[in-house]
Design a protein around this ligand. Structure first.
Ligand SMILES: Cc1cc2nc3c(=O)[nH]c(=O)nc-3n(C[C@H](O)[C@H](O)[C@H](O)COP(=O)(O)OP(=O)(O)OC[C@H]3O[C@@H](n4cnc5c(N)ncnc54)[C@H](O)[C@@H]3O)c2cc1C
Length: 479
């Protein structure tokens, strides 16, 4: 790719989906712009993929971290299509659809039509055994509550209570959001975590009216057509198919696994990265795709103000515990994608997914795979129970909540220590400041789940943007 003098060297630090997708876009954009590049993708662990981790056990497919992508944010699906993985994309098993909420010692249906946390169908709410009569009346008032004129960041609990009432917050919004962000609704920023809801309120004056109007548009757009995707999508062999496929397409990227970067400093017109093993490498540009508290420690020598701001983003730990059963032992669980557990129910797990009900190919005929979520902002200590205590705790929860008493065929535990960034109130300003400070260092870019969205698609979108910026910088630098 061109003569060696003009080859631009780039380091991408961290090989999760953010680092990998940055490498993917960088290669394509550099080729399109006629720039010769060599990328070092530097990863601390022996494996590439970060939180995306799929394991095969017998004929089961077990996801350690994320298990699906949200199709309303299409970046992951588009990337799968570009990688030729369209045929591997897997819809949810709509015939098994349904979510339950554990409240007052039993499972209730999450009323049909509740999208994320906003009710969009009247009858299912009216008939719901989950919400009390005063709670239903309070929800019905939502369209008449004036929109907020103050646009300062607001906490999730304040926003939901203000619009839909405390009961909806406690029984629906909090557990649904805990399942995604593992966060505490009192400190989480609605503006940073779910900007769409704030936009709906501002545009339509009501979340319910806004959602209904969007639903109508969707229905008329889709008239007579089968939707290409369901709300949640995955890949047949598991989400690691995505990260494995990205790395297999990379041509100008050297993957340096088992290599931990301990510092980045400015040198001449580029950057030097020091590895724990002692090597020091020079790069024209550096993209850092590690969790922000690690990025902070790497950049202390470049800009201490930036390092301080990065350190302000809190993280929490979670764990997933997958259990395989013989169908004969759990044949009372026929339908549903799983249940969520509101904090007010005072249980130890946050949620459980009936994995093999949600997606095909997850368990062999005659077996069922189920996955529990542990930890998060409200119960973080539980992540660090030893395996024996963790298994005992999860089994007790499953017995009490869903009456599973059988011995599992196997159990797999994955702990995700400080892996979930928390978008607490103040996040938007913090990110603005981080962007301002990092812009003072040409050729330095930050990406990952800490900044502009925690989902896989958000990471891909952020990485796409920074890779394009890096190519612009390298192009200008070469002229
Ligand atoms: C349990 C769980 C379930 C989730 N479920 C979903 C879901 O269903 N759908 C969804 O869209 N999102 C989900 N998410 C969120 C999503 O998985 C993450 O936001 C995303 O994978 C983060 O990718 P990343 O590349 O930013 O970070 P990571 O995957 O954390 O990658 C960062 C990489 O940097 C490496 N690294 C760290 N320090 C160094 C260093 N000093 N030198 C070199 N390398 C270093 C790490 O080893 C790691 O590989 C879930 C997250 C968790 C934890």
């Amino acid at each position: 790719m061109g003569d060696r003098q003009n080859v631009k060297k780039i380091a991408i630090i961290g090989a999760g989906i953010a680092g990998l997708s940055a490498a993917y876009v960088l290669e394509k954009e550099a080729a399109d712009n006629g720039i010769s590049i060599e990328i070092d993708l530097i990863e601390k662990q022996s494996r590439i993929g970060g939180n995306i981790l799929t394991e095969r056990k017998d004929d089961f497919i077990v996801e350690g971290g994320p298990d699906c992508v949200f199709s309303e944010k299409p970046a992951s699906l588009k990337l799968c299509e570009k990688l030729g993985l369209e045929k591997e994309l897997l819809k949810t098993r709509e015939e098994k659809k349904g979510t339950y909420v554990y409240w007052n010692n039993k499972l209730h249906d999450l009323p049909e039509g509740v999208i994320l946390m906003i009710p969009t169908m009247i009858m299912p709410i009216l008939l719901s055994s989950l919400i009390s009569f005063p709670g239903k009346m309070r929800m019905a008032l939502e369209p008449f509550i004036p929109k907020r004129s103050n646009l300062a960041e607001e906490s999730l609990s304040h926003f939901v209570t203000r619009r839909l009432g405390k009961e909806l917050l406690d029984k629906i919004a909090e557990p649904l959001v805990a399942g995604i962000h593992a966060g505490n609704p009192k400190s989480m920023s609605i503006t940073a975590s779910f900007p769409r809801f704030v936009e709906l309120e501002q545009k339509y004056g009501s979340l319910i009216r806004g959602m209904l109007s969007r639903r109508k548009e969707m229905v008329s757009m889709m008239k007579g057509r089968t939707p290409k995707y369901t709300m949640f999508m995955t890949l047949k062999k598991g989400l690691q198919e995505l990260t494995d496929n990205i790395q297999n397409t990379l041509i100008f990227t050297t993957k340096l696994t088992d290599k931990e970067v301990i510092a980045v400093i400015k040198k001449n017109s580029g950057y030097e990265a020091s590895l724990k093993a002692g090597d020091i490498k020079f790069y024209d540009s550096v993209i850092i795709a590690t969790p922000s508290y690690i990025t902070s420690s790497l950049l202390r020598g470049v800009d201490s103000d930036l390092a301080d701001k990065l350190m302000e983003i809190p993280y929490v730990s979670t764990a997933t515990v997958s259990l395989a059963y013989s169908v004969a032992d759990v044949n009372h669980i026929k339908n549903g994608f799983g249940f969520i557990v509101p904090g007010i129910s005072n249980r130890k797990i946050m949620a459980a997914t009936y994995t093999s009900n949600k997606f095909s190919y997850r368990a062999p005929e005659g077996s069922m795979l189920l996955r529990c979520f542990v930890g998060g902002a409200q119960n973080e200590d539980l992540v660090f129970l030893d395996n024996k205590e963790m298994i005992q705790m999860v089994k007790t929860e499953l017995k009490d909540i869903v009456n599973i008493k059988a011995k599992p065929i196997f159990i797999k535990i994955y702990r995700w220590e400080k892996a979930m960034p928390q978008y607490v109130v103040g996040h938007i300003d913090r990110i603005k400041k981080i962007e301002e400070l990092s812009a003072k260092h040409p050729g330095l870019y930050l990406t990952g789940s800490a900044y502009n969205g925690i989902g896989i698609s958000d990471c891909i979108t952020t990485s796409h943007k920074v890779a394009e910026e890096a190519v612009k910088f390298l192009k200008a630098d070469g002229q």
